[in-house]
Design a protein around this ligand. Sequence first.
Ligand SMILES: C[S@@+](CC[C@H](N)C(=O)[O-])C[C@H]1O[C@@H](n2cnc3c(N)ncnc32)[C@H](O)[C@@H]1O
Length: 346
Amino acid sequence: MNPAEFERARFNMDKKEKRKKRKGAQQHDCGPGETDEKIVNEKQMSGEDTAGPKRKMTVSIAVAGSIIDNAQSLELATLLAGQIARAATVFRIDEVVVFDSNPSVDNGGDGEESGARFLVRILEYLETPQYLRRRLFPMHKNLKFVGLLPPLDAPHHVRKHEWSEFREGVTLDGDRSKGTLVDVGLSKNVLVEQILEPGKRVTVAMGTDRDILKVRKVVPPSSPKDEMELYWGYKVRYASNLSGVFSDSQYKEGYDYIIGTSEHGKIMSSSELNLPSLRHLLIAFGGLAGLEESIEEDRNLKGKGVNDIFTAYLNTCPSQGSRTIRTEEALLISLQYFQDPIRRAG
Ligand SMILES: C[S@@+](CC[C@H](N)C(=O)[O-])C[C@H]1O[C@@H](n2cnc3c(N)ncnc32)[C@H](O)[C@@H]1O
């Protein structure tokens, strides 16, 4: 076997191995015992960043919430939010940060909310498995048309009759002497060993043993990705302006590479873009007037330009036929453009 053939054979074996693992996680055959992951303190369960050797690179996107303000009806605003959610899921995005431009509009009191708050609400709703939505989302007038949207169909949206090594659940009220009951969308609730307050969304390691009475564990939400390379949905964060996207990162170390996207950005082909080895990548998308305007209107970024804020400022669609590429279109174009550089860096 020459070296090229050897590499190809090894690559195929790796692929087979990964496929087998994924199948084991999602499907229905019972293998050897449950995951022996040592769990967890409150911080880990809450999904906060818990850096460790197993953590994989994360990809976050920041999106201007003002795109919603330009939608002409609640139906169209909902559809737009649904497109952002679909794009984030299709490209396995770990975190969506929605940044506001005029937070004073947002009073929340009579149900009026800024476009950014609206987008956060719809993104969170769609990311939540259907069986948990009634418990976690009170009725709200802005959810009126969300039922019309195509589902995300992500791996953590597990159906009732399917077995999965991990399941999202919500903690229930009741006797806590032996642990906490969790609704994981099966016909019966499961018991987890941790004592947790009711109404919390958690990730439960179900393992491969289907005995419904078995006591299970709550694990960090990153476990399905870290252990089995499963895409387990995105987190959503609201930032009151662009600078808040960077300063309030959920990751202790912050983002180590920040890309801004714009028609004014540098033109280079995707194959020329070499990202360094990264922990947390962030890709930012502006609203109607672009990221440059978001910088100008942010008091915390006074006197700064795109080169002070972004590690790279890129035009991902240089030969556009329309005068403007809309943010929801730019998301799909750009995330496809970044696929290969991310894969090479990851
Ligand atoms: C309506 S455009 C804003 C147009 C603005 N003149 C600009 O800076 O690109 C909305 C967003 O789509 C993205 N976008 C538009 N055209 C792009 C391009 N050619 N390359 C990368 N991103 C683009 C950017 O994130 C931009 O902020």
